[in-house]
Design a protein around this ligand. Structure first.
Ligand code: ADP
Length: 429
């Protein structure tokens, strides 16, 4: 393989990767000149310039070409073990297709920055390349992946993932692929599952039930199975959430990356269940730790792309002026509460964790991201379990005229009556 980066041309040997870190204020173009290469499982087209900004990526080749340049080219990659995992999952999918059963339900676990999302992308891309239609479930509220950060989502993937985007925001991906990708998303509203564990678990159960519905109707989705990008919590709340997720999604393959103790605990916890495989895979040397500044920039870009699209698929959001009296905004539970596990034994957090509170519009709404709920009435259980039609952004609040300016992907008036607020603000750059 030959690739041109800026003014340079690189040659890669088989099973090596070229690693690239591009800042948010930089742009790097990568063009494949010869051979075959992929980025996190998605193949590059020959001669097409791909532009990257604010990304940490690896261009990998199975075949290789010529002599490698030593700088930046990594020869030690865990890609063979990732490919072997895919081959084993593929056999499960083929068996499921023949028997009309369920394909693998894979859960990726490990602390933050071990390559869970990257491995999810690789496994999903390889499955799509073999004509499967896997479901991707994102349970990491710090990553927007397919929708907005702070949400939990499930998406049916039928087309190859975009090389240039992280996972592709729902709006841009939908614009580029028609309606083939429809995420089901719930607004959790907080960064950590520990912020409101009860709500997190309810939303996970709702997603699992939506996924079961999809798998019951669609034979291809059923045999293709699901890949779940788990949250990066490995403490007691994390273990409670892992057990809940495994039960709800009937997980039968657990992959642990970069955490010995978590792996041995998972092996121990499931040693009696012969139908559950627990696998340990190495963290790639290329995985980069993202500091809080990088994460903030990433989150800000994900939100920006949700409303404005990317340079290839630009979107024009609408600015709506809405009266205070026409807004029905609810908060579910309270933000920054101690997790249930921190409460004295016997004390039930049920009521406050899912209690809905109507928010009176005021300046404090400014810069909030709000979820547009599909709920039809503001009864607590119904509102908590309703999924989202999309998101809006409060760009300005005028307390004197009692009006808010809302940025919305849809024109006219607010497409849904009930709005959900989390502890989530965005300063539009
Ligand atoms: P996690 O989901 O466990 O938090 P990610 O998969 O998001 O971790 O990886 C963290 C960062 O490292 C991401 O920016 C990702 O693009 C980058 N990364 C992962 N694997 C590689 C690699 N082989 N080479 C370069 N960057 C990588």
């Amino acid at each position: 393989m030959k690739g041109a980066v800026g003014a340079k041309t690189w040659r890669l040997e088989p099973e090596t990767e070229f690693r690239l870190e591009v800042d948010f204020d930089q742009k790097v173009t990568v063009t494949l000149l010869e051979g075959l290469a992929e980025i996190f499982g998605t193949e590059l087209a020959l001669g097409v310039p791909y532009v990257f900004s604010g990304r940490k990526i690896a261009v990998f080749t199975w075949q290789g070409y010529g002599t490698p340049s030593v700088d930046y080219v990594a020869e030690e990659t865990p890609m063979t073990s990732y490919l072997n995992t895919h081959v084993a999952l593929d056999q499960m999918r083929q068996a499921a297709a023949m028997q009309g059963g369920n394909g693998p339900r894979v859960l990726l676990l490990g602390p933050p920055d071990v390559g869970k999302t990257t491995l999810a992308k690789i496994l999903l891309s390889y499955a799509i390349r073999q004509q499967h239609q896997p479901l991707y479930v994102n349970l990491d509220p710090t990553e927007g992946s397919i929708t907005m950060p702070r949400s939990l989502s499930a998406t049916s993937l039928t087309h190859m993932l975009d090389v240039e985007e992280e996972f592709g925001s729902s709006a841009t991906t939908a614009a580029s692929l028609g309606s083939s990708i429809i995420p089901i998303s719930y607004f959790y509203g907080h960064a950590s599952p520990a912020d409101n564990t009860k709500l997190y678990k309810i939303l996970t159960s709702n997603l699992a039930s939506a996924v079961r519905g999809k798998m019951a109707q669609d034979a291809d989705a059923r045999s293709s199975g699901i890949v779940i990008d788990g949250p990066g919590l490995v403490d007691s709340v994390g273990y409670e959430i892992i057990a809940h997720t495994m039960k709800e999604f009937e997980v039968n393959v657990v992959i642990v990356l970069g955490h010995e103790r978590l792996f041995s605990d998972m092996v121990k916890n499931h040693s009696q269940q012969s139908d559950i495989s627990v696998i340990k895979l190495s963290k790639s040397g290329g995985v980069v730790e993202r500091d809080s500044e990088y994460r903030e920039k990433l989150e800000s870009r994900e939100i920006h792309d949700y409303f404005y699209g990317t340079s290839r698929f630009e979107l024009s959001p609408y600015s709506l002026l809405v009266n205070f009296d026409d807004l029905a905004i609810y908060q579910i539970g309270q933000s920054n509460m101690a997790p249930s596990s921190a409460l004295p034994i016997g004390m039930d957090r049920h009521i406050t964790e899912t209690q809905i509170t109507k928010i009176e519009p005021s300046y404090s709404l400014s810069h909030s991201i709000l979820g547009l709920s599909n709920a039809e009435r503001d009864e607590e259980a119904h509102l908590v379990s309703s999924n989202l039609a999309g998101f809006v952004y409060v760009s300005a609040v005028d307390e004197i005229k009692r009006k808010v300016t809302i940025l919305s992907p849809a024109p006219g008036r607010l497409p849904k009556k009930y709005l959900i607020m989390g502890s989530f603000k965005w300063l539009e750059p």
